[in-house]
Design a protein around this ligand. Structure first.
Ligand code: B12
Length: 306
């Protein structure tokens, strides 16, 4: 499987690869490209090349153009744990390294292409988040903590990741249709780490859920109110830092009661919820250690009533 990812290293796909992604014949891809229906670039040697973003958009615009690859099929109820391709450790490290370089240099388009490419080739959003983006962001954080990166550099990295995720979202939305289950997500009060929250929302969208993102720093009391109003099947809360535990525990009691009554599953994830003592005080259906784990959990949820 490792060779599969190497083929797309140039960030542009060949006609054959584009055909595989779109589920149509190579001849169709060439015909669409030549007639201007599918944006393309040409190499110096005159060969057609395609940007992953354009293929994702084409797939979104013409979902019936061909059979979606098997890893994109969903269960009837609209939520599923996406099947995934295995990543070899060496390839995983190389991808994280590549993402790290792009983050530091502010190369958002390149990072976006990398993430979209991985998604088009069957990696789930959770895998991309865990293995590529989080690994690279943790490295940024460690260097910043050690005084080897400036605050400005860290901000460039965060901004680059955020912009690249918008590109990935296009691909995720292109793959999905007919969402039925709804999810609410937010981060805990006083936690302004928006990037893990974006990753959580995108992971859920990648599993076929319609997501309403309440944003960072949402108190549990406000979340409870939103649960009553929107009646989601799933609530996902991110905490990279949990600054006022006692207050959170107090408000959580009311929130979890509301969520249970509404029949919503509750997922808590992020470093702020990692300690066993914290988890005991904030009981949930899943304390996720990774985005992939949340994907797997979503795949076990019962069908939504329509
Ligand atoms: C970018 C960043 C910021 C940015 C956030 C911008 C943004 N829009 O997100 C800014 C500049 C705002 C920021 C601010 C601060 N930050 Co900061 N930040 C980071 C940094 C570099 C990256 C965060 C990130 O995206 N990580 C990637 C995450 C997602 O990876 P992960 O945490 O390993 O997550 C794994 C699992 O936990 C799981 N997961 C994580 N979240 C979730 C959520 C769900 C729902 C699920 C299912 C799973 C899941 O998936 C990952 C595995 O693949 C980290 C470094 C780091 N090590 O993470 C520091 C870090 C998190 N920050 C830290 C600190 C201290 C701060 C500040 C207090 C600094 C300050 N003195 O002002 C403030 C706090 C502000 C606040 N109240 O929120 C510390 C936290 C230490 C701690 N535990 O207390 C870290 C670890 C840096 C460090 N080494 O000191 N930060």
């Amino acid at each position: 499987m490792s060779g599969m990812f190497k083929e797309t290293k140039g960030r542009r796909l060949t006609s054959r690869e584009a055909a595989r992604v779109l589920g149509v014949s190579e001849a169709s891809v060439k015909r669409w490209a030549d007639s201007g229906l599918l944006p393309m670039e040409k190499t110096a040697g005159g060969h057609r090349r395609f940007r992953p973003e354009d293929l994702a958009a084409a797939r979104r615009a013409h979902p019936a153009a061909g059979e979606a690859p098997p890893e994109r099929r969903r269960h009837a109820h609209g939520a599923s744990a996406p099947l995934t391709q295995a990543l070899e450790p060496a390839r995983e490290a190389a991808l994280a390294e590549e993402a790290f370089g792009a983050l530091l240099d502010g190369r958002d388009e390149e990072l976006s292409s990398l993430l979209v490419n991985l998604h088009l080739h069957g990696l789930s959003v959770g895998q991309i988040a865990d293995k590529v983006l989080c690994a690279a962001m943790r490295r940024v954080g460690n260097l910043w903590h050690a005084g080897e990166l400036s605050v400005a550099q860290e901000h460039v990295a965060t901004r680059t990741a955020t912009v690249a995720l918008q590109g990935l979202r296009v691909s995720v939305q292109a793959a999905g249709a007919g969402e039925q289950m709804r999810a609410l997500c937010c981060s805990v009060e006083d936690d302004f780490h928006g990037l893990p929250l974006r990753l959580a929302a995108l992971t859920l969208e990648g599993s076929g859920l319609a997501v309403f993102d309440l944003g960072p720093s949402t108190p549990f009391s406000a979340l409870a109110e939103a649960v009553q109003r929107f009646r989601p099947e799933l609530v996902c809360v991110s905490a990279t830092v949990l600054l006022r535990l006692d207050r959170a525990v107090y408000e959580y009691a009311g929130f979890i009661k509301t969520a249970r009554r509404a029949g919503a599953a509750v997922v808590l994830g992020g470093a702020g919820f990692r300690e066993e003592g914290v988890r005991r005080r904030l009981p949930a259906d899943l304390h996720a250690d990774s985005f992939r784990q949340m994907e797997e959990f979503v795949g076990t949820l019962p069908a939504a009533e329509s």
